[in-house]
Design a protein around this ligand. Structure first.
Ligand SMILES: [Fe+2]
Length: 489
């Protein structure tokens, strides 16, 4: 059977069931409850259909009109309740210019769901209107509970019938099993549906409370719009919040990209001052990453160490270092003292960026600390020195030895490792020296300068922290919004 024919057959079947149920509802109908009440509920339901189409985000296709339909059902019974549901739904379909087949299906499935649920409510002994809404104070729990249960069962029936019928239509058009569709779209939200349906009791209670016989008090009945306006207001606000969040996200990404570009510019501008250290920071970053990876550290820590390595000398951007960096020949004692402040200056710069607090900052600050405690700025020793700082110390030295300098040529990998081993446990963390001299990647980087130069390292984006409380709160509401209410395909 082609999809077109099977969807037509399906809709026809639902329409036939709807007509049969409407006939039953007609046979058991109560007295006409009056044009005013019915009219107000139809308008209220229609407004909810409208707000649903405005607020519907993504795949969510919920409408809060069921609140009004269910309350019309428990106030006026299956027939007049059905009239309210069908009228407001028809107005909604016309206003939304839905294609004829969809509109027919939606009206028919609303009828089936509403009439079935109100019949269930009546069979279970629910009153029209519910006794507990009229005489709450005078009733005992024994009298209230059965009727409340009848209402909840009716609400459950409404959502089950509605969701199964809609899932059927979706299953036919998408060629999937009904169960599969129902499970993904409905199963997890039934709790919300039942919870939200208690708002229908509020609408019915407002109707009973304000439906006087004389003209003026009848206007009080317009209070049924209060919960509707409230719900609509909340959903609009949540939508605005959601949009704001998305914009913030975009701005955050831009800011982060900007920040990374600026830092990389700073690194480049320092290196531009000294032709011999050109590319130094990048190579140290690549070497540090290789060592950190060989140690089997977590990806995030590897990223942090790589960032720290790239930024370790960024403090040399300060003007006081310029003459020292471009000086030919040895530095004087005094000049060395100034030079030694660069790790602190680097740390001060890095500290300006909140995302670099912690590992990155401490690794930058400590990158000239020595294993034996004779380094600077604090003279801390052994494991007191952050792991990242110890790694940078090793790779900084490797790069200094393995590149050409004015006073000597680059050393071979063997000479570099011999030097590392000589100062193992003195200047360097012994475990790191062992890992480094055995590292295939480090060997390749040192013996093949072009390979090392090709290693591209950039500032790694920080792991996106999931947005705090408001995010989860809004997804709760999103869940509620897309879940609540009768579905439409
Ligand atoms: Fe340094």
């Amino acid at each position: 059977m082609s999809r077109q024919i099977s969807i037509r057959t399906y809709v026809t079947a639902v329409v036939v069931v709807a007509i049969a149920l409407a006939t039953i509802a007609w046979l058991v109908r109560g007295p006409f409850p009056g044009g005013w009440g019915i009219g107000v509920l139809i308008v209220a339901g229609f407004l909810l259909e409208l707000s649903a189409s405005n607020l519907r985000g993504g795949d969510g296709s919920g409408s809060l009109a069921f609140l009004v339909n269910l309350s019309a059902g428990i106030l006026f019974g299956p027939f007049w309740g059905g009239v309210v549901a069908v009228s407001s739904n028809t107005l909604g379909q016309l206003h939304g210019r839905r294609p004829a087949i969809k509109a027919t299906f939606n009206i028919a499935q609303t009828t089936v769901a509403l009439v079935t649920s109100v019949l269930v409510y009546r069979i279970l002994g629910g009153g029209l209107p519910p006794n507990f809404l009229q005489n709450f104070g005078t009733l005992t729990a024994r009298q209230i509970v059965p009727e409340a249960l009848a209402f909840l069962t009716a609400a459950l029936t409404f959502f089950l019938v509605n969701s199964v019928l809609v899932s059927g239509a979706v299953a036919i058009t998408r060629r999937r099993s009904v169960w599969q569709v129902w499970q993904t779209n409905t199963l997890w939200v039934l709790g919300y549906d039942i919870g939200a349906s208690t708002l229908a009791l509020l609408v019915a209670w407002l109707y009973l409370r304000f439906d006087g016989t004389d003209g003026i008090s009848r206007l009080g009945f317009l209070a049924v719009f209060a919960p509707i306006i409230g719900a609509k207001h909340i959903y609009t606000k949540l939508n605005t919040l959601q949009k704001l969040y998305d914009e913030l996200d975009g701005a955050y990404d831009k800011l982060e990209l900007n920040l990374r570009e600026q830092l990389e510019m700073m690194v480049k501008s320092i290196e531009a001052r000294d032709p011999y250290t050109s590319g130094h920071s990048r190579r140290v970053a690549a070497l540090s990453k290789a060592i950190a990876t060989d140690l089997g550290l977590e990806a995030q820590l590897v990223d942090e160490i790589e960032n720290a390595a790239l930024l370790h000398d960024v403090g040399k951007i300060h003007a006081e270092f310029a003459p020292l960096l471009s000086k030919e020949g040895r530095l004087t004692e005094e000049e060395w003292e100034i030079m030694k402040t660069h790790s602190t200056k680097s740390a001060e710069l890095v500290a300006l960026f909140s995302r670099f607090q912690g590992n990155v900052l401490e690794s930058v600050r400590g990158h000239h600390e020595r294993w034996d405690g004779k380094g600077y700025p604090h003279g801390i020793a052994r494991e007191e020195i952050p792991l990242g700082a110890r790694i940078i110390m090793v790779s900084d030295t490797i790069d200094a030895m393995s590149t050409d300098r004015p006073y000597r040529k680059a050393l071979s990998f063997e000479k570099v490792t011999a030097e590392l081993i000589k100062y193992r446990g003195i200047q360097f963390d012994p475990a790191l020296v062992d890992a480094t001299v055995n590292s295939v990647t480090v060997r390749r980087m040192v013996s093949d300068p072009t390979f090392l130069a090709e290693q591209t390292t950039t500032i790694k984006p920080s792991a996106r922290k999931s947005r705090p409380a408001l995010r989860s709160q809004s997804s709760f509401w999103e869940g509620l919004r897309s879940a609540v209410g009768s579905q439409e395909p």
